[in-house]
Each structure stands twice: as structure tokens, then as C-alpha cells.
Design a protein around this ligand. Structure first.
Ligand code: 3Y8
Ligand code: NAP
Length: 248
């Protein structure tokens, strides 16, 4: 009897949850507990960490999970690594729903860097208006470049003081081309720092940057150990032995 654990937190995971609920597959949707009011899901939902690999292993056994679907964000590397280890330890089938990275298109002006620290170094010396579209958790390294005027975008209002003076937009996305084409010039943004998240929910700023001829410092995804991965909800449903009735 199938009982699936969806490691969620992305728009793709939400689409998968709809199909799984529609197919009446026994499943639990899991959030990490990063935001105050995560979107509701059509499945029983748990919120918060498991307690490392050990905690996840215990959860899989206690909840008699038969399949794990890692539908987390490509930058949620710790969760993905833990899932690989816990599934190996418990012999639980694991698959990742992972959207392809964005590819540089003609007209894009990307500076590709491996991580946040390299993104800081890639900024110009002369003061500029910089949009950090990388969330809340990894902005501290930019405090070493106080000459810039920073705009940040968070899902929730900041609780703690910021590591440097900045303007904060509070918005959870997904974002549209219109909002990005309005916001970027209105704030005189000259540089964008982004993560190569892939998918549609965050790509509007990348398309807007191309249209506005703005440079994008693009942070590449963290390396992950080998695991089975697909890019579509339909392939996950097939893996579970069901046919997706997407859009039906
Ligand atoms: C808690 C669930 C949906 C899902 C929306 C997608 C699209 C919008 C793009 C920018 C970039 C960023 C950030 C972003 C995107 C979607 C999707 C996506 C980027 C929610 C969500 C949770 C989170 C966690 C949050 C992180 C933050 C990252 C903001 C829900 C809305 C920057 C990633 O305050 C915090 O601690 C926020 C933390 C991890 C990265 C960071 O380090 O700050 N996402 N985002 C999930 C959980 O608790 O398990 O609240 O409903 C999900 C979405 N975020 O409803 O359609 O699917 O990619 N999320 C990045 O790409 O760099 C925003 O502003 O342009
Ligand atoms: P992370 O750094 O890889 O994970 C750190 C710890 O958070 C994990 O070890 C785990 O704690 C817990 N965790 C993460 N995702 C979880 C989930 N779905 N269910 C239960 N526990 C989870 O993760 P992150 O980058 O902070 O991302 C957290 C969540 O936000 C994920 O759901 C992810 O899909 C979503 N998200 C992230 C980004 C991003 O840019 N990283 C963007 C959009 C959405 P324990 O070790 O205690 O189990």
C-alpha cells in the first residue's frame, strides 16, 4: 500500500500535491517551517524539520512511508542530502522532482558564480543600486560591500535587524513580468543577484533583466549526490504507478 512523503515548499510541489490528492494516494506534505503562513495543501501537512537524517529515518519508519518525493527547491541542499541518506538507510524508494536550471538566452548579461561569497566579489566597486533576489537566509556576506544601495525581497517582514541598511519588499511570489518591469526601473536597479532556481515562479526578474539590459549575477545550484530525478509531475505519478490527469 503506497504512503508517500512529499518534501515540498515549491510551486512544483504544490502542483504535485493536487495530482496526488486527486488520485487519492495516501500522502503527507512537508514544509520546513521557513515562512509564517505557508500555502495550504490538499493533503495532510506537517511543518518543521525532522531532526536531521536520524529524525527523518525515524519518521519514515514511524509513519510507514513507502515512497519519498523530494520536491524541494534546488537550493534546499541539506534537505535533499538528508533524504538521500535516510532513504538509503531505510531502503525507501526516493525520487526528486527538480526543474531544469534556467539557460542563458541571447540578450542575457549573466555573470555566473558558484556561491553567495563569489556573488559579493562579482559586484562592481563603484556604488550601485543592487537587487538581492535571494531571500533572507544568505544575505549577510553583502555587508562587506556597504557602498551599494540594496533592495531585498522577503516572503515575510524581517523579524531581526538586517546585517546592513536595505529596502525590503515583502512578497511571496510567484512574480510577474509586469511587476518586475515596474519595480526594477522605479528603484533604479543596476544589478540583480539571483539564484538559478529554474521554474517559472522566479524567472520574471530574469526576463525583465534581459529586456532592461541589466546584468544578473547568477548563483549556480549546489552540487547534490546522484539520485533519481524527473522534471514533471506526470513522471512522478507514473513512478507512483498512477496516470496524472493534469489539467483534466
Ligand atoms: C517555505 C512556501 C507557490 C510557491 C512559491 C518556486 C516559486 C515563489 C521564487 C525572488 C526570489 C527565494 C525564496 C523564492 C521563490 C516560489 C515559491 C519560490 C525565491 C515559499 C514557501 C517557503 C519558501 C521559503 C523561502 C526561503 C527563500 C526562498 C524567497 C510558502 C514562498 C528567494 C529562493 O524567509 C525565509 O526564511 C525564506 C526562505 C527558503 C530563500 C532564503 O534563503 O531566504 N523560499 N518560499 C517553504 C517551507 O517552509 O518548507 O510559504 O507557501 C515558496 C516559493 N518560493 O506557492 O507557488 O517554486 O520557486 N523563494 C530563490 O529562488 O532564490 C524568491 O524574490 O525573486
Ligand atoms: P535546507 O537548507 O536544505 O534545509 C535545512 C533544514 O530545514 C533541513 O535539514 C530540514 O531540517 C529542514 N527542512 C527543509 N525543507 C524541509 C521540508 N520540506 N520539510 C521538512 N523539513 C525541511 O532548506 P531551505 O533552503 O531552508 O528550504 C526550506 C524550505 O523552503 C524547503 O521546503 C524548500 O523547498 C523551500 N524553498 C527553499 C528555497 C531556497 O531558496 N532554498 C526556495 C523556495 C522554497 P531537519 O534537518 O531538522 O530535518
Amino acid at each position: 500500500m503506497t504512503r508517500a512523503l512529499i518534501l515540498g515548499g515549491t510551486s512544483d510541489a504544490s502542483l504535485l500535491a493536487v495530482e496526488i490528492a486527486r488520485a487519492r494516494i495516501d500522502a503527507v506534505y512537508s514544509y520546513g517551517g521557513r515562512t509564517r503562513a505557508p500555502a495550504d495543501q490538499p493533503l495532510p501537512t506537517r511543518i518543521g524539520g525532522f531532526g536531521g537524517v536520524r529524525g527523518l529515518t525515524d519518521y519514515i519508519r514511524a509513519e510507514a512511508i513507502t515512497h519519498v518525493i523530494d520536491a524541494t527547491h534546488p537550493f534546499a541542499a541539506e534537505m535533499s542530502r538528508n533524504a538521500i541518506e535516510a532513504c538509503a538507510e531505510t531502503g525507501t524508494p526516493l525520487i526528486a522532482l527538480e526543474r531544469a536550471p534556467w539557460a542563458q538566452a541571447s540578450g542575457d548579461n549573466w555573470i555566473e558564480v558558484p556561491d553567495v561569497n563569489a556573488a559579493v566579489v562579482a559586484l562592481p566597486e563603484r556604488p550601485a543600486n543592487v537587487f538581492l533576489a535571494i531571500g533572507r537566509q544568505h544575505i549577510a556576506p553583502f555587508a562587506t560591500r556597504p557602498q551599494h544601495a540594496y533592495t531585498l525581497r522577503f516572503v515575510d517582514p524581517p523579524e531581526a535587524p538586517l546585517p546592513f541598511p536595505a529596502d525590503v519588499i515583502v512578497s511571496r511570489g510567484p512574480f510577474t513580468l509586469d511587476t518586475e518591469l515596474e519595480m526594477l526601473p522605479a528603484r533604479g536597479i543596476a544589478w540583480i543577484v539571483a539564484r538559478n532556481s529554474g521554474g517559472d515562479g522566479a524567472r520574471a526578474k530574469i526576463d525583465a533583466a534581459r529586456m532592461l539590459s541589466l546584468p544578473v549575477i547568477m548563483i549556480s545550484r549546489p552540487e547534490l549526490p546522484e539520485r533519481r530525478r524527473v522534471e514533471s509531475v506526470a513522471e512522478i505519478m507514473q513512478w507512483l504507478g498512477h496516470r496524472a490527469c493534469l489539467g483534466a
